[in-house]
Design a protein around this ligand. Structure first.
Ligand code: SF4
Length: 910
C-alpha cells in the first residue's frame, strides 16, 4: 500500500484584510490552494478568524490573475511583453518627464495592501532619488484624519494603547465604527470583555448598525456632530470636577483654550442635545458613564476619519482622554482602528505625501537626516500632493506620470468619474496589479506589471496596535508575477540607482527600514525598531509578531505610550486642540434633500477583487443597495426590494432598495464595494463630492447631498454560467461568485423573447436544452445540461415576482441534477429540496435568512444560542452574531405588532 504524501506544514502568515491583523495558518494543498485556519499563537486573534479571513482559501484561484507584464498598443489593446521591456517603459517614461517637467510632474499612488518592504522601497525611490513627495496612498481615504489628529496632539502618529486595553476596559465607546462588521475579531474581544467583566458598550453612530445591536447605550447622533458631543463631554467633566488636573498640568498644553472652545460649542447637556439631535437623558447617561468609569477606551474609525472635519473630531476625542489622564494605562485611551492590513506600516515608511520615512517630516533637520541615511541624490524638500489634490493635478495636466500600486482609484476616489477620465491624459500610466482587469486598468493603464499576491509575497505588516507581523509566502509565484519591492528596485536600477536598491530579498529592505528608524534617534521619535535592524535572514523568516517600539538594548514586549507624558512635541507636552465649531454637512437642497453616507459590508473588502471571488462571501449581500428610512422611502415612493436611482451633483447609480428603521431620516447609506467590473451603475465613488479636511486632506465620504427616485424595470432575472459572460449593454446587473461558476443577477426592460434569444447564445450543440417560455406571463427559463449537470441557464420573470435565484443556484452548484428537480426547475415551483434560502447570514455554515426566520417562527429558536444549537449559525467565526440578534429582535417586534393589531379578547373597560 502506498503511503499517503505528508501534509505540508502550515505556514504562519497574516490576514490581508482589515487592520486587526489576525494571524493565519495556511497549509498549501500542493494544487495551488490551501487550508486556512486562525493562528492560535498570534496575539491579535488567538486562533479566531472572521467570515472574510475564514474564506481566504476561496480566493486563491489564478483565474483572473495578471500573470505577465503587458503593454497597451495604440489601438487600445493589451499585448504581453517581457519584464525588460515593461520596466524600461516605466523607467524611460519617468526619466523623460522628470528631465523635461521636473519632479512635480510625477506621482506614485500606493496602498494599505502593500507590505511594509514594498512601501519602503517605493517611498525611497520617489522621495530620495526622483525628488518628489507626490507619493500618496489610499490610506488618505481611510486613516489620514487619525494621523493628523495624533500628530497635532502627541507630536507623532502613535496609537497609545494596545488590544489588551480593550480586554481590560470597563467602558468601551465606539465612535463612527461598525466594528462588528469591519473589525470582527477585535469586536469579539469586546464582546468577551462584556460577558466576562461586565464591560459596558456605548455606540455612537448615525446608523443603527450590527454593532449598535450589542450596545448598552446607542446614541444615534446627527451626522457630523461627534465634535459637539465630545466638547459637551469635556465641559461636563470640567463642571463635575472630574478632570485630572495633575496630568493636565504636568504633561499638556492648551487646556484652557480647548475647554473654552468646548464651552462655546456645547456648554451643557441641553446644548449638546440640540447640536447632536440626541435625547438629553441619553447624553446625560453617557456623560455619567464616562465620568464614573476610570477604564475607558474610545475606539474610532471611518465615521470619524472620513469627514471634512475629521481631524477635529479625532482631537475632540483625544482631548477628553488627556483631560482625564486616561491614556497609556491599562484599559484606557483613545484608540484608532485602522481600516487596512498595513495602513500603519505605510505610515511608518512615510507612504503619505506629507511624511518622510520612519515617522519623520519635512523639517530641514529631518529631511537632512533621511538624505544622509539614504545617501540620496535628489531629496524631496517639501510635502507632496495628497490623494484628491494629486488626481486633480492629473486632471489639470500638471502631473504627467502616475504609477499605481495595489489599489483601484478609479472606483474608490471621490468624484471617481472625472478622476477616471483624467487618467487618459497621462503620458505614462503604470499599474502594478494582481488582476488582469479592473476599473483603473480599464481607464487606460499603459503598462501592467504583474505583482505577487497574498500567499505569494513575503514581508511584514503592522496592525492597529503597532504589532508587526510577517506575511509569508506559502504558494509559488505564478507566471511572471514578482514582488512589488523587486519591481520598484528594478525600475530604480534602470534609472541609475542600482547601488541604493541592491536588495536581495525583503529581509534586506526590512533591516534598512529598521536601521533608519533608529538612526540618530535618542528617544525623540516614537517609531524605533532598531532592535530588529541586524536580524539575520533566518531571524526575519522566523520573526514572531512584535510590537513597536522595539529599541536596541531594551527588552521587547507590549508597550503603552504617555502614561507619564513624554510626548513627541518640542517641550514633550501633549497639545489640547480647540476644535472648530462643527458645521452642518454640505447643504441639502430641495433637489438633493438626502445625505448619502457610504461604508463597508461585513463580507466584502474594498473593490471586491479578492472577496468577490468567494461564493460564501458573495452570498451575504449579492447586490448593491441603498438603505433608507421607512418614512423617506414612503415619501419617495420606494418599496423594499425594488430599485432606486440615486443622483448627486456628480452622477447617478441604480441600486436595490433596503428599507430599514436603522437608517436616520434624511440619510441614505450605500456600500462602496461595487465597480464597473462587478456591477452596472453602482460605482458609489462616482457620486461622492470631494470636500477635504483642511488638516488631513481626507475627503468627506459620508455626506453628499442626494436625490432618490424609483427606478422601474419590467423584468428581473439571473444567469448562471461556468465562465464569465457579458450581458447586453444597458442591462442592470451584479456579478456574484458561485461555486464552480459565476452568477449574474439582473434587471431589464427588454421583453422575454429578447432573453430567449440571448439564452440560446449560452448553449452549444453539446448541451441538452430545456426551455419553458410563456410570453404573456413574461416568463423565460432556458437551461442547458451537459452530462446531467446544469451547465448554464437564464431565468427571467416579471419584476414583481422574480425567478428563484437561491434554489436554482443550489442546483447549479450541486452537480448532477435529478430528473424530478429538472422539472421543478423549469416549472418555477419550489419544493423542499429547492427552497429559497434568502441571503446567507452565517457565511461559515451557509445558513440563510429563511432558515433562521423559520426556526424563530416555529419556536425552535428564541436566542442566538438556540440558533447556534439548531442551525450552527454563529458558532464558528461569530461575525453574524450581531445580525442574528437583530433578526430575533425584528421578528419579536413584528409579532408584537400583529398581537396589538388583533382585537382584544377582553374589553378595555374591564
Ligand atoms: S478581523 Fe477578519 S478581516 Fe480582519 S484581520 Fe481578522 S480575519 Fe482578517
Amino acid at each position: 500500500m502506498n503511503a499517503l504524501p505528508p501534509h505540508p506544514p502550515a505556514v504562519r502568515t497574516t490576514c490581508p484584510y482589515c487592520g486587526v491583523g489576525c494571524g493565519v495558518l495556511a497549509a498549501p494543498d500542493g494544487h495551488g490552494g490551501a487550508t486556512i485556519a486562525g493562528d492560535p499563537a498570534h496575539p491579535a486573534n488567538s486562533g479566531l478568524l472572521c467570515s472574510k479571513g475564514s474564506a481566504l482559501a476561496e480566493t486563491l484561484s489564478l483565474d483572473r490573475r495578471l500573470l505577465h507584464p503587458m503593454l497597451r498598443r495604440p489601438d487600445g489593446s493589451l499585448v504581453r511583453a517581457g519584464w525588460d521591456r515593461a520596466l524600461e517603459k516605466v523607467a524611460g517614461g519617468l526619466r523623460t518627464i522628470l528631465e523635461r517637467d521636473g519632479p512635480g510632474a510625477i506621482a506614485f499612488y500606493l496602498s494599505g495592501q502593500l507590505l511594509t518592504e514594498d512601501y519602503y522601497v517605493a517611498n525611497k525611490l520617489m522621495k530620495g532619488f526622483l525628488g518628489s513627495a507626490n507619493v500618496d496612498t489610499n490610506s488618505r481615504l481611510c486613516m489620514a484624519s487619525s494621523v493628523a489628529g495624533h500628530r497635532r496632539a502627541f507630536g507623532a502618529d502613535v496609537v497609545p494603547g494596545t488590544y489588551r486595553d480593550i480586554d481590560e476596559a470597563d467602558l468601551i465607546v465606539l465612535v463612527g465604527s461598525n466594528a462588528a462588521w469591519c473589525h470582527p475579531v477585535l469586536y469579539r474581544r469586546m464582546m468577551t470583555a462584556k460577558r466576562e467583566r461586565g464591560t459596558k458598550l456605548v455606540v455612537i453612530d448615525p446608523r443603527r448598525t450590527a454593532t449598535a445591536a450589542d450596545a448598552d447605550l446607542f446614541l444615534p447622533i446627527a451626522p457630523g456632530m461627534d465634535t459637539a458631543l465630545f466638547c459637551g463631554l469635556l465641559a461636563n467633566l470640567a463642571d463635575a470636577l472630574a478632570l485630572d488636573y495633575g496630568y493636565i498640568d504636568a504633561h499638556t498644553a492648551g487646556f484652557v483654550e480647548a475647554l473654552a472652545r468646548a464651552r462655546e460649542i456645547a456648554p451643557d447637556v441641553a446644548s449638546t442635545a440640540r447640536a447632536t439631535k440626541l435625547d438629553q437623558a441619553d447624553i446625560a447617561r453617557f456623560f455619567e458613564l464616562f465620568r464614573k468609569t476610570e477604564r475607558v477606551v474610545t475606539c474610532f474609525s471611518q465615521g470619524v476619519n472620513q469627514s471634512a472635519q475629521g481631524t477635529d473630531k479625532v482631537n475632540a476625542i483625544i482631548n477628553v482622554h488627556l483631560a482625564t489622564g486616561r491614556i497609556g494605562r491599562p484599559g484606557m485611551g483613545p484608540f484608532s482602528l485602522t481600516g487596512q492590513p498595513n495602513a500603519m506600516g505605510g505610515r511608518e515608511v512615510g507612504g503619505l505625501a506629507n511624511q518622510l520615512a520612519a515617522h519623520m517630516g519635512f523639517a530641514p533637520a529631518e529631511e537632512d537626516r533621511v538624505r544622509r541615511f539614504w545617501n540620496a541624490p535628489r531629496m524631496a524638500t517639501h510635502e507632496g500632493l495628497k490623494a484628491v489634490d494629486l488626481f486633480e493635478a492629473i486632471e489639470r495636466g500638471k502631473i504627467k506620470a502616475l504609477w499605481v500600486m495595489a489599489t483601484n482609484p478609479a472606483v474608490s476616489l471621490p468624484r471617481a468619474g472625472p478622476m477616471r477620465a483624467a487618467l487618459k491624459k497621462l503620458e505614462l500610466f503604470a499599474v502594478s496589479e494582481n488582476v488582469l482587469s479592473n476599473d483603473t486598468i480599464e481607464a487606460g493603464a499603459q503598462v501592467l506589471l504583474p505583482a505577487a499576491s497574498w500567499g505569494e509575497k513575503d514581508g511584514t505588516v503592522t496592525n492597529s496596535e503597532r504589532r508587526i507581523s510577517r506575511q509569508r509566502a506559502f504558494l509559488p509565484l505564478p507566471g511572471e508575477a514578482r514582488p512589488d519591492w523587486w519591481i520598484v528596485s528594478e525600475v530604480a536600477r534602470r534609472l541609475g540607482f542600482a547601488a541604493a536598491f541592491d536588495y536581495s530579498g525583503p529581509a534586506d529592505v526590512f533591516r534598512e527600514h529598521a536601521a533608519l528608524s533608529a538612526f540618530e534617534n535618542n528617544g525623540e521619535r516614537d517609531f524605533d525598531i532598531g532592535a530588529l535592524a541586524s536580524l539575520p535572514n533566518t531571524g526575519y523568516d522566523a520573526l514572531d509578531p512584535v510590537m513597536w517600539p522595539a529599541r536596541a538594548g531594551e527588552s521587547r514586549g507590549e508597550r503603552r505610550f504617555f502614561a507619564a507624558g513624554e510626548f513627541y512635541t518640542r517641550d514633550r507636552r501633549a497639545r489640547f486642540v480647540a476644535p472648530e465649531r462643527p458645521r452642518p454637512r454640505a447643504g441639502t437642497t430641495e433637489v438633493y434633500p438626502l445625505r448619502l453616507n457610504t461604508g463597508r459590508l461585513r463580507d466584502q473588502w474594498h473593490t471586491m477583487t479578492r472577496t468577490g471571488a468567494s461564493p460564501r462571501l458573495c452570498a451575504h449581500s449579492p447586490e448593491p443597495f441603498i438603505e433608507i428610512h421607512p418614512a423617506d422611502a414612503k415619501a419617495m415612493k420606494l418599496t423594499d426590494g425594488d430599485f432606486a436611482k440615486v443622483t448627486t451633483q456628480l452622477g447617478s447609480a441604480i441600486l436595490k432598495v433596503a428599507v430599514t428603521a436603522g437608517q436616520q431620516r434624511g440619510s441614505i447609506f450605500a456600500p462602496i464595494h461595487w465597480s464597473d467590473a462587478t456591477a452596472a451603475y453602482a460605482r458609489i465613488g462616482e457620486l461622492v463630492a470631494p470636500a477635504n479636511d483642511p488638516y488631513s486632506g481626507q475627503p468627506e465620504l459620508k455626506a453628499t447631498p442626494a436625490h432618490v427616485e424609483p427606478a422601474e424595470f419590467a423584468y428581473r432575472g439571473f444567469a448562471l454560467t461556468r465562465h464569465p459572460i457579458a450581458l447586453p449593454s444597458g442591462t442592470w446587473f451584479a456579478r456574484v461568485a458561485v461555486a464552480k461558476g459565476e452568477g449574474l443577477l439582473f434587471a431589464t426592460n427588454e421583453p422575454p423573447d429578447f432573453w430567449q434569444d440571448f439564452g440560446a447564445t449560452l448553449t452549444t450543440d453539446e448541451h441538452e436544452l430545456a426551455e419553458y417560455v410563456d410570453p404573456p406571463r413574461g416568463l423565460v427559463r432556458v437551461a442547458a445540461f451537459r452530462s446531467g449537470q446544469l451547465d448554464a441557464c437564464i431565468f427571467v420573470g416579471p419584476a414583481k415576482t422574480p425567478p428563484q435565484w437561491d434554489a436554482v443556484r443550489s442546483l447549479f452548484e450541486a452537480g448532477v441534477v435529478a430528473e424530478r428537480d429538472r422539472r421543478i426547475l423549469l416549472s418555477g415551483r419550489s419544493s423542499d429540496g429547492l427552497a429559497e434560502t434568502g441571503p446567507v447570514i452565517c457565511a461559515c455554515y451557509s445558513v440563510g435568512l429563511a432558515a433562521i426566520r423559520k426556526a424563530i417562527a416555529t419556536g425552535e429558536a428564541a436566542s442566538v444560542a438556540d440558533i447556534g444549537r439548531t442551525l450552527r449559525a454563529g458558532t464558528n467565526c461569530g461575525s453574524c452574531v450581531a445580525e442574528l440578534r437583530t433578526i430575533i429582535e425584528d421578528m419579536a417586534k413584528i409579532a408584537e405588532t400583529r398581537a396589538d393589531a388583533k382585537p382584544s379578547a377582553v374589553p378595555v373597560s374591564a
